[in-house]
Write a protein that binds this ligand. Structure first.
Ligand code: A3P
Length: 322
C-alpha cells in the first residue's frame, strides 16, 4: 500500500504550490481547485476519496456546506435508516451516547487519516461529505447510491461560521490570528470559505436534483424547521424506507424529530462535554442556536444587501431559492 500512497502524495505536493491561495472567512489559508476552496489537508483527502472510493448501490451520501446543518441531517438519516434496529425511544439508541458525526463519518476525514479505509460495514453505509459534486468519485456518479443535499441560507451559514471560527479555530491552530467580522464577511462574499462558494456548491446539487430527483433529494434547513414531519417522510421515501401507516399512527415520525431536535441533542452529555471526535474541539461546537434567521442579530443592513446581491447574481434564473 505504501507504494501507492507515495506517488499520490508527491503529486499532491507538486500540485499545491501551483494553486491560488487566499485566507478565508475564518482566516485560514485555502487553496482554489477547480472552482472550489479547500484546506490543503481537505483537498488531499478529497482527491483520495475521488480516486479510491468504490460506491455501492445501497450507499447513502449526505452532502452539505459546512455550517448548514450537517450534524442535524446526519442524526435524522441515521435514526430513519436504523429505526428497526433501534426503536427511536430505545434507551440504548446510539444517538444518546454518540455525536451524529460519530455514527455518520465525514468521508473526507476518513480519507485524511487512511488512504485505504475499511468500509466493510453492513449496508446501508452512510457517509457525510462537504465536497462539491464535480469532485465526487466516478463510482458515486455511476452507482445507484442515494444522495441528500442540505442547503441553508448563506447569511445564516456565514454567521454560524463566524462563531464557529472564533470558538474552534484558535483551539486547533494556536498561532491563529483573529480578524474582524467585516474582513471575514468580505472573504465570505468572495466565496472564500471551506468547500465554497457555498452557493456554487448548492447550485451543482440543485441542478442534479432537478435532472435526477431519484438520485439527489434537495433539502433546505429552513424547510426542516418549518415542517419536519413532511420532510422526514420525503427523506424516508427517497431512501427507499418509507414510513408505514402503522408507524405514522404510532408517532414514529414525531419521535425521530424529537430525538434529533436541537434541544434534545444539544443537551445530551455526549454533546455537552464530549470531545472524542475532532479533538481538541468539543462536540458542543456543532450546536450553537439552531435557529433560522439569526443573521438578523449580527449582520448590518449593508452586509445583508451585499450578500443578497452576490447570491442573487449567481443564482438568478437557476430556480434555486436560497
Ligand atoms: P447555528 O450556528 O446557526 O446555531 P453543521 O452541522 O453543518 O456544522 O452546522 C451547524 C449548525 O447547525 C449550527 O447552526 C448548529 O447550531 C445547527 N444545528 C446543529 N444541530 C442541530 C439540530 N439538531 N437542529 C437544528 N439545528 C442544528
Amino acid at each position: 500500500q505504501d507504494v501507492q500512497v507515495q506517488p499520490e502524495s508527491n503529486e499532491f505536493q507538486e500540485l499545491l504550490p501551483s494553486l491560488p491561495c487566499e485566507r478565508d472567512a475564518m482566516n485560514l489559508p485555502l487553496y482554489l481547485y477547480k472552482g472550489f476552496w479547500y484546506h490543503d489537508h481537505s483537498l488531499e483527502a478529497a482527491m483520495a476519496f475521488r480516486r479510491h472510493f468504490q460506491a455501492q448501490d445501497s450507499d447513502i451520501i449526505l452532502v452539505s456546506a459546512p455550517k448548514s446543518g450537517t450534524t442535524w441531517l446526519k442524526s435524522l438519516v441515521f435514526a430513519i435508516t436504523h429505526r428497526l434496529q433501534y426503536t427511536v425511544t430505545d434507551q440504548n439508541h446510539p444517538l444518546l451516547t454518540t455525536n451524529p458525526h460519530g455514527v455518520v463519518p465525514f468521508i473526507e476525514v476518513v480519507y485524511r487519516h487512511n488512504k485505504f479505509p475499511d468500509f466493510t460495514s453492513s449496508p446501508p453505509r452512510i457517509f457525510g461529505t462537504h465536497v462539491p459534486y464535480s469532485m465526487l468519485p466516478k463510482s458515486v456518479k455511476t452507482s445507484k447510491c442515494r444522495m441528500i443535499y442540505l442547503c441553508r441560507n448563506p447569511k445564516d451559514i456565514f454567521v454560524s461560521m463566524w462563531h464557529f471560527g472564533n470558538n474552534v479555530v484558535p483551539k486547533r491552530f494556536p498561532s491563529w490570528q483573529p480578524i474582524t467580522i467585516e474582513e471575514s464577511f468580505e472573504r465570505f462574499c468572495k466565496g472564500i470559505a471551506m468547500f465554497g462558494p457555498c452557493w456554487e456548491q448548492a447550485l451543482e446539487y440543485w441542478k442534479l436534483s432537478t435532472e435526477k430527483p431519484e438520485e439527489v433529494l434537495f433539502l433546505k434547513y429552513e424547510d426542516l424547521t418549518e415542517d419536519i414531519h413532511y420532510q422526514l417522510k420525503r427523506i424516508a421515501e427517497h431512501l427507499g424506507c418509507p414510513f408505514a401507516p402503522d408507524e405514522e399512527n404510532a408517532g414514529v415520525i414525531e419521535d425521530i424529530a424529537k430525538l434529533c431536535s436541537f434541544e434534545h441533542l444539544s443537551n445530551l452529555e455526549v454533546n455537552k462535554t464530549g470531545k472524542d471526535l475532532f479533538p481538541p474541539v468539543e462536540n458542543s461546537a456543532f450546536f450553537r442556536k439552531g435557529l433560522v434567521g439569526d443573521w438578523m442579530n449580527t449582520l448590518t443592513p449593508s452586509m445583508v444587501v451585499k450578500l443578497n446581491q452576490v447570491v442573487d447574481q449567481k443564482l438568478h434564473d437557476s430556480g434555486l431559492p436560497l
